[in-house]
Ligand binder design. Structure first.
Ligand SMILES: *[C@@H]1O[C@H](CO)[C@@H](O)[C@H](O)[C@H]1NC(C)=O
Ligand SMILES: *[C@@H]1O[C@H](CO)[C@@H](O)[C@H](O)[C@H]1NC(C)=O
Ligand SMILES: *[C@@H]1O[C@H](CO)[C@@H](O)[C@H](O)[C@H]1NC(C)=O
Length: 810
């Protein structure tokens, strides 16, 4: 792994020694409120790392991340977090908190904050200087491997330094119904044990905030295990912290109580601490984590940061992992901020899903057992099926079979493919887009390393087996006390021959579901075709996918329908006719505002990505369709921070107006992304926002991911080169490919767009030497490398260079 990274660094011709130096983990951390913020945690860890380490400014839970740059004058410790996204819960948090005091140890969150002087963020290294109130300073450097945090404290303290390891804390559980939401304070248990001779503190946290929305079959199983006393009885986030300095004292704290010399404790609000001699200048703490056991944590420590390793060596290892990935992208042109934005997007998109297997074993919270094999968590699939998965297929092919195997393991252990897996299934968002992930991977040639028959079984089950109590359950967002949600509404209407929509009077988010299921059926049909399934299966899925969207299409609906008062009706008057609308079980229309999630009828009317020609026709042809897109943007209906808006700017191109796609894409990029902590206008959602930016910068975007066609936009840089890792199964054949580079063992994709910063419009497009209508490029034209050239223009170009109007009949 080290060799290619060194070579790539040498080959790189951007102005910066390494893209890793351009990464700014603060990008997308904060915003005016959580829904208008990236919610990214500025952590250190390698790509797809299991435990990410971050300075702690806030207690984190659903809606709050551990670090908030807006309000970060005080640092309250350093935490190993497993919170994948701002609207998801934390699990198994452990905190490392330095201090200086000859007597009292400050364990309470509100009291233990230390003012920060300066702070430095990077992909593999974080540094801060802390100023204790009684004088002196504590310098902290932090890096991490996948399962081990490595912190180096340099004390210049007026009193005895100590380091506290927190195993349990008061936690907030988020309960939400459509009418109200509230937090509930709970006190999860933790365990600590001090091994003073070995200079080691181990223990675990039982905190898992998303259990409130776990499927009931999961929680029932946990209860059973607790009763049987199998030794599991629920989740534990284990840790073992090893110090490189002798303990000058030690003890436990529980709440406000301090027990000097105690070594073993269990319960709420529990921490253990070690004191060091006043003249102890530096202390290295290597803290290993595991979801399996203490022994496993120690094994992980030995594998990733063994005794004797220096801080510099741990940091260099993680940095090398980032270099290997980030230096695959080479940029020419654009400002330093433009390059920072792009490289940080790649950095973000390479964090999810994150590995939770530990050297061939993993703890599954789905069945509360340790298994052999591979597992990942942090699947936000309603978001990531759009572009993030396509990004991973390109940039991390070595991970794909494992990520799919992980989903199949979930299927075996919990009965279903994941929807939003945060260690457990959380039922967050809708539809079974894992179907799309598997279909896209198989269609792109990733059909090895897992059992294709099991994959098909799981996808087929999604398409044909409804959730339990389908008639009685609303399956609303974050509904508690329900089982696996999967395709809620499948048996009550969607899957019935004479129906085909999700009933708005039976289920929440009915329109969004109907459209999501239709897309998944389309994806499943492509998979079935590829796997040679019987024709009736392909036909059934395809028919359902092409019919369902139009069953919730109200051809007479207009924008102003949504407003009860005449005054509002006038204010929101628009020309567009024909929108998606919810339907009840008796076939009647539901209220025009009902049945949507993270979007409204404007966004969702464009969210029929597998049948854009059908959509254009329903809206009255290309011209009327283009007008409806203009009204969508100019009328203020677009909310790019939510995913259903991501592909919309690309639809102009499919209606013969690539110039308008080009304009909108640049507007979207400029107003929703920048190189500051406010640099993402909406939640990162496990890499989906950043993957949009990555593909858009290349000049094309996967509107319909399983079509393997990418709709052309406008490239952002004079030149962007991506050295695509060669997937294992391409090994030998790669050498014969046209765009293969021996020196880096990569496929090379080059996108040229001279003058792209000043000229946003495209005049001519060449794909692999051939001039092309400005419409689509195929995965087969760039997935194994390729050369795409945009001739840019300052003015919109309505005709392509051959003189023909780019206005294809659909
Ligand atoms: C960070 O804190 C500020 C100030 O309290 C708040 O307005 C903002 O919403 C927070 N950001 C996030 C992402 O929670
Ligand atoms: C708070 O959580 C506890 C423990 O899970 C639960 O018993 C209680 O009903 C919850 N209270 C509220 C108001 O949600
Ligand atoms: C490049 O950065 C400039 C500001 O430095 C910004 O105005 C522009 O929108 C950025 N371009 C893209 C494509 O993000």
């Amino acid at each position: 792994m080290a060799l290619p990274s060194l070579m790539l660094a040498a080959l790189g011709s951007s102005a910066y020694a390494s893209n890793t130096d351009l990464v700014n983990p603060l990008i997308g951390n904060t915003g005016p409120e959580p829904n208008y913020a990236g919610g990214m945690i500025p952590s250190v860890a390698p790509p797809f790392g299991m435990t990410r380490w971050v300075a702690q400014t806030h207690q984190n839970w659903v809606s709050k991340t551990p670090y908030n740059w807006t309000d970060s004058d005080y640092i309250h410790g350093f935490v190993g977090t497993h919170q994948p996204a701002i609207w998801m819960g934390e699990s198994g948090l452990v905190a490392v908190v330095p201090g200086a005091s000859d007597a009292a140890v400050n364990a309470i969150f509100e009291d233990r904050g230390l003012r920060k002087a300066q702070e430095k963020f990077g992909a593999s290294l974080y540094e801060v200087e802390l100023l204790p109130e009684n004088g002196g300073s504590i310098n902290v450097e932090m890096t991490a491997t996948s399962r081990v945090g490595h912190l180096r404290f340099t004390f210049d303290a007026k009193s005895q330094p100590y380091i506290l390891i927190q195993a349990s804390r008061p936690s907030q559980l988020f309960h939400s119904t459509p009418s109200s939401s509230h937090f509930n304070t709970t006190y999860p248990d933790g365990y600590v044990h001090i091994y003073a001779q070995q200079q080691q503190i181990c223990g675990y946290s039982t905190e898992m905030q998303d259990t409130v929305i776990a499927p009931v079959s999961t929680t029932a199983l946990w209860q059973e295990h607790l009763r049987e006393g199998t030794g599991h009885g629920g989740f534990k986030g284990w840790f073992c912290a090893r110090f490189d300095a002798p303990f000058a004292g030690h003890g436990l704290t529980q709440g406000k109580e301090q027990r000097e010399d105690d070594i073993d404790g269990f319960g709420a609000e529990l921490s253990a601490y070690a004191r060091f001699a006043l003249d102890q200048k530096t202390v290295n703490v290597r803290i290993a984590t595991s979801f399996i056991s203490m022994e496993q944590a120690l094994y992980n420590l030995e594998q990733e940061a063994p005794d004797g390793i220096s801080f510099e060596d741990t940091e260099a290892k993680t940095r090398a992992e980032w270099e290997e990935k980030l230096n695959r992208v080479e940029l020419k042109g654009g400002s330093k901020d433009n390059q920072t934005t792009l490289v940080t997007a790649v950095f973000h998109a390479l964090q999810y899903p994150y590995e939770i297997s530990e050297y061939g074993k993993y703890y599954s919270a789905l069945d509360d057992q340790v298994h052999e094999g591979v597992s990942y968590s942090g699947y936000s699939i309603w978001d990531t099926y759009r572009a993030e998965w396509g990004f991973l297929l390109l940039m991390a092919p070595e991970r794909i079979p494992g990520m799919i195997q992980s989903m199949l393991n979930d299927y075996k252990e919990g009965g279903w493919l994941p929807m939003w897996k945060n260690l457990i299934e959380t039922n967050i968002m809708i539809a079974t887009h894992a179907d799309s992930l598997i279909a896209e991977a198989v269609l792109k040639g990733f059909d090895y390393g897992y059992d294709l028959d099991v994959a098909w079984d799981a996808v087929w089950k999604d398409a044909t087996v409804p959730p339990v109590k389908d008639w009685e359950t609303l399956y609303e967002d974050r509904e508690e006390g329900v089982d696996y949600e999967v395709r809620a509404g499948l048996s009550t209407s969607y899957g019935l021959p004479e129906k085909g929509w999700v009933n708005d009077d039976v289920h929440s988010e009915s329109v969004s579901r109907t459209l999501g299921y239709a897309y998944d059926d389309y994806a499943a049909a492509q998979l079935a075709k590829r796997l040679g399934k019987p024709a009736w299966i392909v036909d059934m899925l395809l028919k359902r996918s092409m019919t369902a969207p139009w069953l919730v299409w109200n051809a007479d609906a207009i924008s102003q329908d949504d407003y009860p008062s005449d005054e509002d009706k006038k204010r929101f008057e628009g020309k567009t006719k024909g929108f998606v609308q919810g339907r009840n079980s008796d076939g009647s229309w539901a209220a025009p505002t009902s049945g949507f999630t993270e979007g409204d009828k404007w966004a969702y009317s464009f969210d029929i990505a597998h049948d854009i020609p059908g959509l254009v026709e329903k809206r009255g042809g290309n011209e009327a369709f283009v007008e409806s897109l203009d009204e969508h943007y100019d009328g203020g209906w677009d909310w790019f921070g939510n995913e259903p808006s991501h592909h919309i700017p690309y639809l102009y191109t499919l209606a013969g107006r690539p110039d308008l796609t080009q304009r909108r894409v640049r507007e979207v990029a400029g107003s929703n992304f920048n190189a500051t902590p406010f640099g993402l206008s909406g939640n990162e959602d496990c890499g989906q926002m950043s993957a949009w930016f990555f593909f858009s910068a290349l000049g094309f975007y996967p509107v319909n991911p399983v079509s393997l066609q990418y709709v052309v936009g406008t490239a952002f840089f004079d030149k962007m080169t991506v050295r695509i890792p060669v997937p294992k199964h391409h090994g030998a054949e790669a050498k014969s490919e046209k765009f293969y580079e021996e020196a880096t063992h990569s496929y090379v994709l080059t996108v040229e767009a001279e003058g792209a910063q000043e000229k946003l419009y495209v005049k001519t497009l060449w794909v692999n030497g051939e001039e092309r209508p400005i419409r689509e490029v195929g995965y087969d034209e760039f997935g194994k490398g390729g050369h795409i050239r945009f001739e840019m223009s300052a003015e919109p170009v309505l005709e392509d260079s051959r003189g023909a109007i780019v206005h294809e009949e659909l």
